[in-house]
Design a binder for this molecule. Structure first.
Ligand SMILES: Cc1ncc(COP(=O)(O)O)c(C=O)c1O
Length: 437
């Protein structure tokens, strides 16, 4: 057995303690639990790249507004289910100023994190038309949204975008959508886990086909403006955050505060429903929810039933963060650029030691440096690679976990400290020497 930074028996012992038979199939939370157990007994700490949690302090403007709101007594009052006026108005301004998209405040609805937003929108979309009973995931994707589908008992299909970039996406989507059973398409952009960003051409294809087949597009913007190749903090001026909303009116956008404002703990995001979709009536919503329009069903049926709205004080925080950004006082993009800078260095360390970047291009352009990147190692499956890297004190999740058809791992940069880069380099060098690629 090779002498590795982490005792190999410790890894094996804790794998069986958690009853993880195949680490390649383990969920994010299982890897977190495994590494916690190993670290508790090991003198060496891990380079932890498994979980996508913010690694920065929360936006101060949000914290202050929330404290003020609490002091003023909002904690005792139920908030309006579709959101307080301030957050709806500032969200509408935000999508205009940073996306150049017009949406009335009515369609801007706060949710308990984007998680609750996707849960409710996926549920409603799955019940718009009895013939359209399936959601299409453009993978790789965020695994918990598939778990939401499982919990709701709703059907989904997926495909890996890797071989269908550019114009090839049209043919692939047509081949699925033309069957007539899809109600909506969902993807994240920038993408978790691969950090690819759709090109304008690809967004146009998705929008045009959504119009042609009358389906809803759910665009998950959890990493809004974090494609650092362009400076997207220019309120009211281009460049804007790219979006499918330029090509279709059948959209729901999800803007989470978790990463862009480092506000994950307060569980708040905004769901932005186009005016056309918000006000559109669907026959089947009457039958299924005794409701009428898409917007009323989401707010007065689903959100009411699940949580009766979103934390009152957190809504004031979100309103204040949007307002400060809208007024040009709070450059939230600058605050999170550190992720891109760390990714650049970490990618170089992996590449110098025999690794490859699995998803590496958007069109002809190398992908951006950001919150995540993907790594592969010649001759190893993602599961084998993860298994071995654990002995070297490096943790991540396999791409198989995210609906990808490719072998490799997702690396998240947020919790790796710059002070760990030397350790990372030393461990990768040793790995490369032990397994020459
Ligand atoms: C693509 C994607 N969507 C949604 C979320 C969850 O967002 P929230 O914390 O607002 O529920 C995440 C968090 O990691 C994510 O990566």
């Amino acid at each position: 057995m090779k002498n590795t930074p982490i005792n190999q028996e410790l890894v094996t012992k804790n794998l069986s303690r958690l009853r993880i038979e195949d680490v390649g199939q383990a969920s994010i939370r299982e890897i977190v639990a495994l590494v916690n157990l190993i670290e508790a007994e090991s003198p060496e700490k891990f380079i932890r790249m498994e979980m996508g949690v913010p690694g920065l302090p929360p936006a101060q403007v949000g914290v202050e507004a929330e404290i003020e709101a609490l002091k003023s007594g909002v904690a005792s009052i139920y908030p309006m289910i579709d959101g307080i006026k301030e957050v709806k108005q500032e969200a509408s301004r935000f999508v205009k100023l940073f996306m150049d998209v017009d949406v009335a405040p009515a369609g801007c609805v706060p949710t308990v994190g984007s998680m609750q937003g996707t849960y409710s929108a996926l549920l409603v979309a799955s019940n718009l038309d009895v013939k359209k009973d399936t959601v299409l995931f453009i993978d790789p994707g965020f695994p918990v949204q598939k778990q939401q589908m499982m919990v709701m008992g709703c059907k989904y299909e997926s495909f890996d975008i890797f071989n269908f970039r550019g114009e090839k996406l049209r043919e692939k989507l047509e081949s699925i959508l033309s069957k007539g059973h899809i109600n909506s398409v969902i993807y994240s952009n920038p993408n978790n886990p691969s950090w690819i960003c759709f090109t304008e051409e690809e967004l146009q294809i998705i929008g045009e086909l959504a119009n042609k087949y009358d389906i809803v597009v759910m665009e998950d913007l959890a990493y809004f403006a974090m494609d650092f190749r362009k400076d997207l903090f220019s309120p009211g001026r281009p460049p804007y955050q790219p979006t499918v909303a330029r090509y279709t009116n059948n959209y729901v956008l999800f803007i989470s505060s978790s990463k862009i404002f480092s506000y994950a703990g307060q569980r708040i995001g905004i769901m932005v429903i186009s005016d056309a979709l918000y006000n559109r009536d669907y026959e089947n919503l009457k039958t299924r929810f005794q409701s009428n329009s898409f917007g009323n069903t989401i707010t007065l049926r689903v959100l009411y039933a699940i949580s009766s709205g979103t934390s009152h004080s957190a809504q004031y925080a979100l309103a204040a963060m949007f307002k400060a950004a809208n007024d040009g006082r709070f450059n939230f993009v600058e605050e999170v650029k550190e992720y891109g800078e760390k990714a650049k260095i970490m990618k170089r360390l992996f590449l110098e030691n025999g690794f490859t970047i699995v998803y590496e291009k958007d069109g002809d352009e190398p992908i951006a440096d950001g919150f995540y990147f993907t790594i592969g190692y010649p001759g190893m499956t993602g599961g084998e690679l993860l298994n071995k890297l654990l002995f070297y004190g490096i943790s991540a999740i396999t791409l198989k976990n995210t609906g990808s058809e490719l072998e490799g791992l997702r690396a998240c940069v947020s919790h790796v400290k710059r002070s760990q880069f030397d350790d990372l380099e030393r461990r990768l060098k040793q790995f490369h020497a032990d397994f020459p690629a």
